[in-house]
Design a protein around this ligand. Structure first.
Ligand code: TXA
Ligand code: MG
Length: 343
């Protein structure tokens, strides 16, 4: 397969038109959304979708989310939409919520990893919506990272992972949310969260009864969201996440590692960082009451740690409430060790 070098396009009408033309012709283009950057292909092109699997090194059993620019595109890709799904769309679209629905025959099996369902979302990002509109068909798009790496929250991150493997990057600056969308399935009045995100459990409880699939992965089970079984979001360094009471052990652990000449990065709230000696990389999650800022920064920190050749990242776990539930889910997925009991 011939790969063209990506061209970084500025966020203008002309660049949207160029990106759309590449996509129409079955190329693959990275684009910003409010959550993370996606790597898009026309949803109806097996050839383009195949290119994404190759570019990312993505396992074939992990289905893609299909992105639409208007609710009236839903009927192209999904059928048998229950009333509760319609209520979710009214409340949370455009936005970081992916709803898994029965797929129409036109959606190729390769896009859904052989499943009869498709994850659909309408992103809340002007560039993403304009791009989908210009292509004229929905876009199948996983996050625009190499498989197993943290999702990209800037065009630079995409370039870092996929330079030479994709046709173009549409640069929309840093993404707003910083964590991937909430993925849900629905049945009658029940909502099951397969992947927590910025549309939180508390927000979904306004619409129906909510259940969250446990973040821990049991390899003997077939996971509800196939993507959740893979080690994800992981930098190259060893990652220790400290939770609950164990957070008080963090400064001591840093001290011991320092004596072994490890290159250490500490990712923690401002007040915790103040208790830690200098001489290591400190990455601030900010103030304790701004989980949104912590979420926005996390993936960039994990990538930066790699650039700095850090070999131990120590992370302060956070309270798994509201957006904190999604952030903690990603921390646990990045973790080599979890220190401490319940969160
Ligand atoms: O915010 C996001 O969701 C970003 C942006 C680009 O939209 N996309 C994203 O895509 O994170 P990806 O492919 O990295 O993650 C999609 C997740 C995976 O865990 C996948 O298994 C799950 O959604 N998923 C997709 N389709 C599904 C389906 N039909 N049934 C169950 N899970 C599905
Ligand atoms: Mg991903």
């Amino acid at each position: 397969m011939l790969f063209l070098s990506p061209i970084t396009l500025a966020s203008t009408d002309e660049s949207i038109a160029r990106a759309a033309s590449i996509l129409k012709n079955e190329g693959i283009v990275a684009f910003p959304t409010e959550t993370v950057y996606g790597l898009g292909a026309r949803f109806d092109s097996e050839k383009a979708i195949e290119k994404i699997f190759v570019a990312k090194g993505r396992p074939k059993d992990n289905p893609f989310i299909v992105h639409i620019c208007h609710p009236n595109e839903l009927s192209i890709i999904a059928t048998g939409v229950p009333a509760i799904a319609e209520r979710l769309m009214l409340s949370f679209w455009p936005g970081p919520l992916t709803i898994v629905l029965p797929k129409t025959p036109i959606v190729p099996k390769i896009a859904t990893a052989g499943l009869d369902t498709v994850g659909v979302r309408m992103p809340a990002h002007a560039l993403a919506l304009a791009l989908i509109r210009a292509v004229g068909v929905p876009l199948a798009a996983p996050s625009a990272n190499l498989s197993g790496r943290p999702s990209p929250t800037s065009a630079m991150h995409v370039k870092e992972d996929l330079d030479g493997r994709i046709d173009a990057i549409l640069d929309g600056g840093q993404t707003e949310v910083g964590l991937e969308s909430t993925v849900v399935t629905v049945a009658q009045d029940r909502i099951t969260i397969l992947r927590p995100g910025a549309v939180t459990r508390e927000m979904l409880e306004e619409i129906g009864r909510v259940r969250v699939v446990s973040p821990s992965y049991d390899p003997s089970l077939v996971p509800a969201a196939p993507g959740m079984k893979y080690i994800h979001y992981a930098p190259r360094a060893e990652v220790s996440v400290f939770v609950g009471q164990a957070i008080s052990m963090l400064p001591d652990k840093v001290h011991r590692l320092q004596q072994r000449d490890a290159v250490i990065a500490v990712v923690a709230y401002e007040d915790t960082l103040m208790q830690i000696n200098n001489g290591m990389v400190k990455m601030s999650l900010g103030e304790r009451d701004r989980v949104d800022l912590a979420a926005k920064r996390l993936y960039a920190y994990l990538r930066e740690a790699d650039h700095l050749s850090v070999n131990h990242i120590l992370i302060e776990g956070i309270e798994a409430r509201g957006l904190g539930e999604a952030l903690m889910n990603r921390l646990l997925k990045a973790a080599t060790h979890v220190i401490g009991g319940s969160v």
